[in-house]
Design a protein around this ligand. Structure first.
Ligand code: ZN
Length: 56
C-alpha cells in the first residue's frame, strides 16, 4: 500500500489534482477529477498519463 505521507505528495500527472486510494483496491490510485486510475506496482505508484485507466 501507499503510505499517507507519500499519498499527500502524489498528484495526477494530467490535471495535478491530489490522488486518493481506491476503496476497492490498494493497488490503484484514483484521480476523481479525470475519472482515471493509476496502477501501484509493488508499492510504487506509476503516475504516467499513458498508464491511466478510465474508471467505469
Ligand atoms: Zn487527473
Amino acid at each position: 500500500m501507499v503510505t499517507a505521507s507519500l499519498l499527500n505528495l502524489l498528484v495526477c500527472p494530467i490535471c495535478k489534482t491530489a490522488l486518493t486510494e481506491s476503496a476497492q483496491s490498494q493497488e490503484v490510485l484514483v484521480c476523481a477529477s479525470c475519472n482515471v486510475t493509476f496502477p501501484v506496482i509493488e508499492g510504487i505508484p506509476v503516475l504516467l498519463a499513458d498508464q491511466a485507466q478510465a474508471t467505469p
